[in-house]
Structures are given as C-alpha cells and as structure tokens.
Design a protein around this ligand. Structure first.
Ligand code: FES
Length: 169
C-alpha cells in the first residue's frame, strides 16, 4: 500500500489564506454595524422615570384626575405619551394614585361617573365598578383592581412612575 502525500497547491494555499483574511476583515467591519443596529433592541428597557404630576398640598381625600406626559422609547424612536391618574389621600393620609384604565377591556374609568353608584369609580363601557381604593366590585365585568402608580414625594411635589397591578406597586 503506497502512502499518498497530500500536498497543498499554491492555488489552494492562496485561496485558503485570502478566504481567512477576508472573513476576518469582514467580521471586523460588520460586527460594529450589526451591534449598532441591534443595540436598542438588546438593551433592557430602562426604568421609566418618575414624572412630576401634582403639588401634594392640592391632593385631597376626594379623587382628582391629573394628566401628565411620559417619555416612551420604542427601540430607535422616542416620544411623549399622555397618561392620567386618579389621586387622593386615604384615611391614613397616604397618597393613592390609581390608573384610570379599566381592567376589563381598557376603557377609562371616572370617579362618581354613575349617579346610582356614588363614591365609586365607574367604567361606562360595560358598567364596570371599582371601590374608592380601586378594588373591583364583584359581579361587575372588571376581573381585577385598578393598577396603582409607584410614587414618591420630593419637596412637596408628587412624582409618579409606572402603574403596576395591585400587590406589585
Ligand atoms: S372596559 Fe370597563 S367594564 Fe368593560
């Protein structure tokens, strides 16, 4: 049995070398471009900043609606979106800030919106009801309490963050 020598021709050697060097250069050029293109998608969503919404001295025990805007970043595009909150002080003097978005199908709830159900939040879309603290009234469509905003008070100003389901805020 004769042993065949496997020799690399000059042409093959040049092909291998140029392919390797070319691939290396292409990776060096393309990887920053790919990284730049994908970076906003790969980045974890930054925590939504707290937004100044009201002066604490203006907050009463009666829920009041405050409108404000938040900056929203959607990959490469940044915009401002309107938000609202129903804000009041509870019996302990603690601030409560509720999302006005109904937990049934997302309509907007109003305080004292139904004269047959005073001192409750009312959703006109399917007659949903919530108690003042945001708890959904049994046997009405909403399946869960209204979300609560995270909040902080600094120098007499109320700042709101994200609205979270009850128990998370
Ligand atoms: S969306 Fe509010 S009750 Fe249906």
């Amino acid at each position: 049995m004769s042993e065949k020598k496997h020799r690399v021709s000059r042409r093959q050697f040049l092909n291998y070398t140029l392919t390797g060097v070319g691939g290396f250069m292409a990776a060096g050029i393309l990887s920053p471009m790919v990284r730049f293109a994908l970076d906003p998608i790969l980045k974890e969503e930054a925590g939504q900043d707290m937004v100044a919404v009201a002066q604490v001295k203006d907050i009463t025990t009666e829920p009041q609606r405050f409108d404000f805007k938040v900056k929203v970043k959607d990959a490469w595009y940044e915009s401002e979106e309107p938000r609202s909150a129903w804000v009041f002080k509870d019996e302990n003097g603690d601030i409560v800030a509720l999302s006005p978005i109904c937990k049934h199908l997302g309509c907007t709830v109003n305080w004292n919106g139904d004269k047959n159900n005073p001192n409750r939040f009312f959703c006109p879309c399917h007659y949903g009801l919530y108690e003042k603290d945001g708890t959904n009234v049994p046997n009405t469509p909403p399946p869960a309490p209204l979300d609560r905003y995270e909040y902080e008070v600094k120098d007499g100003t109320l700042y709101l963050g994200k609205a979270k389901p009850r128990g998370e805020a």
